[in-house]
Design a binder for this molecule. Structure first.
Ligand SMILES: NC(=O)c1ccc[n+]([C@@H]2O[C@H](COP(=O)([O-])OP(=O)(O)OC[C@H]3O[C@@H](n4cnc5c(N)ncnc54)[C@H](OP(=O)(O)O)[C@@H]3O)[C@@H](O)[C@H]2O)c1
Length: 248
């Protein structure tokens, strides 16, 4: 059997949060096709079904913490998890668009962006990290973004998205410190997927250089390679699709 994640054993049990997203769905497909994975719990707002018997669907919404708690509770008795990928995110939506300048900032956009990009992943970690295995490598990875790097911010704009991803990076770093004290083999990281052809990036693809717009399948494949390579010493960091660490 060719293993997708050789460092993580067999019969892997995985949670994908945001399985309807472009990149989230690609993770589900890739992992469902691997013999190394025995079970995938796909969490989405709609709870759509999947043809693979390995994939079970659960619903949740980041606007309601009890829905996240209920999803975790439903999985508590099923066994421990090896991998949890939080693949949700929000760049634009009802009444919100990436800000070109400070006049475009609004409390509503900050609220929505922080709920989906920061607070939702934080409380998901709160409810799902206790379900991760303790006797070997376990990974919680949240999709972040390079634009959340403060030191990498050279062109400005996109206030709510940038700030919410920077705050997500801080949450992941802080979780890694708390968890690293007790559970040395749990690795908590942020991932930058590259610029990926999904609904999220659709309106902003015109300036992407030739060959730099990835398919969701390619991005998910590269991110799984990163998850394979990371070790406990990497916990709390942000990694790009090519395995390079992104400085905060
Ligand atoms: N695409 C890129 O170029 C790119 C670049 C850098 C970083 N990223 C990051 O990569 C991650 C995945 O992005 P993507 O491109 O796959 O985006 P996407 O296709 O728009 O998927 C976004 C996902 O987030 C979910 N979501 C949004 N609001 C939610 C809420 N209130 N509660 C629960 N789920 C919610 C969506 O659910 P519904 O299907 O129900 O709407 C969907 O599953 C995001 O964190 C994004 O910031 C993407």
């Amino acid at each position: 059997m060719t293993k997708l994640l050789p460092s993580m054993g067999t019969n892997l049990r995985v949670v994908i949060v945001g399985s309807t997203g472009g990149i989230g769905a690609a993770f589900v497909e890739k992992l469902a096709a691997s013999e190394q994975v025995s079970q995938i719990y796909a969490l989405s707002r709609q709870g759509q079904s999947h043809p693979s018997p390995k994939v079970a669907n659960l619903t949740f919404d980041f606007t309601d913490e009890t829905s996240i708690e209920a999803a975790a509770e439903a999985l508590r008795e099923t066994g421990v998890f090896d991998l949890c990928i939080i693949a949700t995110g929000l760049l634009q939506g009802q009444g919100i668009a990436p800000e070109k300048n400070m006049r475009a900032m609004s409390l509503e956009a900050f609220n929505q962006s922080f709920i989906v990009n920061t607070f939702g992943p934080a409380v998901t970690a709160k409810h799902f990290l206790p379900l991760m295995r303790r006797d070997g490598k376990a990974v919680l990875a949240a999709l972040s973004a390079r634009v959340g790097s403060i030191s990498d911010n050279r062109i400005g704009g996109w206030y709510a998205y940038r700030a919410s991803k920077a705050a997500l990076n801080m949450i992941l770093k802080t979780l890694s410190i708390e968890f690293g004290r007790r559970f040395k083999e749990t690795v908590i990281i942020g991932l930058h997927p590259g610029t990926v052809d999904t609904g999220l990036s659709k309106p902003f693809q015109s300036n992407v250089p030739e060959g730099k717009l990835f398919t969701p399948e390619y991005s998910a494949e590269k991110l799984l390679e990163v998850i394979e390579q990371i070790e406990p010493k990497d916990s709390g960091s942000l990694f790009a699709w090519d395995g390079k660490q992104v400085p905060f």
